[in-house]
Design a binder for this molecule. Structure first.
Ligand code: GAR
Length: 196
């Protein structure tokens, strides 16, 4: 069985990356992470190292501008024959030069029921502050409009009266960790790129 080659973009803890790595340990799972790219040193890179996955940091400071950084990152992913890119807690906006190369092949996971609380890394705190009764997580296709691409899947999470940002984030991320591998599996079974 040929497995879909996945590249993951990270900036932080890497728990969603780990969920994909774990899913890929099953030889019947139709995708595997082959490359991890980060925009800074972060814990996620250690997880990649532990799983013997190629990884590289693309620090903005090492490039003339964002476009050059994203071009280099895209070239590296292509060198690893990446067929699907997953933004898993990646906190930089991708330049057009990148999204064009991987159009219809870039996913993002976001901790809210999009279109609510879009365009932020603080969606969990914002949901709590807004006093909503329900929030969740969304996997969507990345387009040039941040967090506005077609929604592929969502999970709902109830907000409890005694929730803190941490407790709510924990329950949302528990949903993310099962949702993301399910969506990647689904995409591995259909022709890519997806049409936007
Ligand atoms: C995840 O909860 C993801 O939904 C969120 O960052 C977290 C990364 O956690 N993404 C965004 O907020 C995107 N705007 P992880 O590094 O443990 O996977």
């Amino acid at each position: 069985m040929s497995r879909l080659r996945v590249g993951v973009l990270v900036s932080g803890r890497g728990s969603n990356l780990q969920a994909l790595i774990e899913a890929g340990k099953d030889p019947m799972y139709p995708a595997r992470v082959v490359m991890v790219c980060a925009n800074r040193d972060c814990a996620a890179l250690e997880l990649a190292k532990k799983a013997s996955i190629s990884r590289e940091v693309f620090r903005l400071a090492n490039f003339p501008d964002r476009k050059a950084r994203d071009l280099a990152m895209g070239n590296t992913l292509r060198m690893h024959d990446v067929e699907l890119v997953v933004c898993a807690g990646y906190d930089a906006i991708l330049e057009r030069v990148f999204t064009r190369q991987f159009e219809g092949r870039i996913l993002n996971i976001h901790p809210s029921l999009l279109p609510d609380f879009a365009g932020t890394m603080d969606a969990v705190a914002m949901a709590l502050q807004a006093g909503v009764k329900e929030t969740g997580c969304t996997v969507h296709l990345v387009t040039d409009d941040v967090d506005q691409g077609p929604i592929l899947a969502q999970r709902r999470v109830e907000v409890r009266p005694d929730d803190t940002v941490e407790s709510l984030r924990e329950r949302i991320q528990a949903e993310e960790h099962t949702l993301l591998p399910v969506v990647v599996k689904r995409l591995a079974g259909q022709p890519l790129p997806l049409t936007l």
